[in-house]
Ligand binder design. Sequence first.
Ligand code: SF4
Length: 346
Amino acid sequence: MNFTTALLVWYDQNARELPWRGSRNPYVIWVSEIIFQQTRIDQGTSYFLRFVERFPDLKSLAAAEEDEVLRLWQGLGYYSRARNMLFTARHICENLGGTFPSEFKSIRSLKGIGDYTASCIASICFGQVHAAVDGNVYRVLSRLFGEKAAIDSSRGQVLFKKLAQGLISHDRPGDFNEAVMDLGAMVCKPRNPVCMVCPVSRLCKAYAMNMQVELPVKAPSIKKSASVMNYVLIRQENGIVIQKRRGKGIWNGLYELPIVAGDKGNDELVAECRTLYGITVESLKEIRRIKHVLTHAELDIRFYAVEASSSATHSGKSLLFVPTDRIKEYPFPKPLVDFIDSLDEC
Ligand code: SF4
């Protein structure tokens, strides 16, 4: 029995039960694939269920406010995914007659949809023969073929896509893609592959050569940049002052406390609060410091409680006073969510 047949026989008996399994609705598959690109199944399933309950189709998503979409996404990180989904839903509704495209090339041309997601949608929903290659698939294939090309190099990505495309079932392309992902998640696990129960062990080079732990190979990681962010907590009556983050960063469109960037002493912070926000600071005290690690950066985030004698307004900024009981209506990045959740202790 070849790899493809053995895999599909195994899949028919062992497929994971997931809320979107069995669906051929491109909207549902799109949402699931975008959510689970950077998120584990156990962490992301409740997000998926909440998302499709609130936005069951393209039309409801296209009509949504960005704030609400980001709030549902809050905690998942990589917020550009949510912003792109909203953009694409609106684009399909306004320019493509409200119907999700069915051809791989058209799907791939949508904002926020890369080769992997387009391949999933095209194969699962429309039966097209496009292999989807994600982290699970890289791992299975590099072990199966004993292939040492780095999975995060462009050479490796082209190579593994070609290998997957050479194996994919032409009768059941969607099932094949889901089967390789399931094999990677359930059997060919990153640290402890369960080769004894693997349906393709007799075809696997890594197993034959006892090289499972050495594969897949990754390129040496790039050193993360470090930056300091000082958040200023200004309480006024029964609420706090926040602002919407603008610009190109990953938290663009989310809300945050007034911020001063850089490793600053108290006097500098006081001066910048005046310059940036028109706030006359009477006293300032550091109340919490956390490290937050992103893919390419390590953030040293410091929170300061501030007593201010003038109201926090400045013509160049859009500061917003929000009563404490309405703060959860606004989407915040994860470190801010944790801080705001513990505001009673501050
Ligand atoms: S035999 Fe082991 S290493 Fe090879 S594909 Fe199966 S689980 Fe992975």
